[in-house]
Design a protein around this ligand. Sequence first.
Ligand SMILES: [Zn+2]
Ligand SMILES: [Zn+2]
Length: 351
Amino acid sequence: MKQTMMANVLHGVGDLRYEEVPVPALKPGEVLVKVRAAGICGSDIPRVFVNGTYHFPTIPGHEFAGEVVATAPDVDDSLVGLRAAVFPLIPCMACSSCREGKYEMCRHYNYLGSRCDGAFAEYVAAPAWNLAPLPANVSFEQAAMCEPIAVALHALRHTNLKLGDRVVIYGPGTIGGLIAQWCRAAGATEVLLVGNSASNFDTAKALGFEKLLNSDKADPVEWVLQQTDGMGADLAVEAVGCAATFCSCLLSARPGGSVLAVGNPHGDYLLPRDAYWQILRKQLTVHGTWNSGFDSSDKNDWRTVLAALSAGQINADALITHRFDLKGLADGLALMRDAAEPFNKVMICMD
Ligand SMILES: [Zn+2]
Ligand SMILES: [Zn+2]
């Protein structure tokens, strides 16, 4: 077993170094995962360039899959060789949320790739509890998309989306696009996507979504009303994280409909009174969502995602627009930060 490995280590805000570090030592309950694919999350951009991680140095990267190569002495060593995705949140197991199995709302969690070392490295140490074994026909790259696909599923599971529903999604990025795929799989008859000039509509088109609107060119609320016989959408999804699109969601939802708030807010939300009125007058339900679920049920978000990937219900491959090797992480991050070209998921791939 190697003693050192290459890793992208964040030493301070904007100070990411590709360097040689010790292979992580295993604590009780942990396994060593050789990382085979790790996606760059939208949240990694502010994490690396603006806010930093919780302490320095930290190896970022929380959307990943790989192969178990070693186990701590107290862990079943038959796990060696297991191909797995890894739930990045390490719950405290003691708070009221954890006792209910709602680990995504844990109040004292640890997190691979932000609060402790993550996956933009050759190896990562993770609790065996966090492993989600891969079906044989799911690739490491597909499995590295498990986290965002589970986040999208988790979001939608808060709603009461029904067969025949009409949905509008503001923000056709990775998560918005995945919510669109889940809506279609769940039997929505109309999935409308609203983006702007910076959006990568090509991925959505490749996935068969044809009703796309560039909101820089036309009024999205009018368009949604037109597309829904003047009624509005049963469900309006906010996957951008800004007040203007949240208002558009309130205006786009039909009476009695719902709004799903997904996008991490980029700033304060000041809502015009007329937009707020929509919640009252149309008796809207506004759903919040956070992270993804990893409870013990056989239909938890991650198991459902892996089954859907295996069955071909969700297309992860089409979302991967760029690939870099481990050393190329800085280039991938810069590409996303500068939006130098249209992108969806930027993936770090390792042998
Ligand atoms: Zn993420
Ligand atoms: Zn907890």
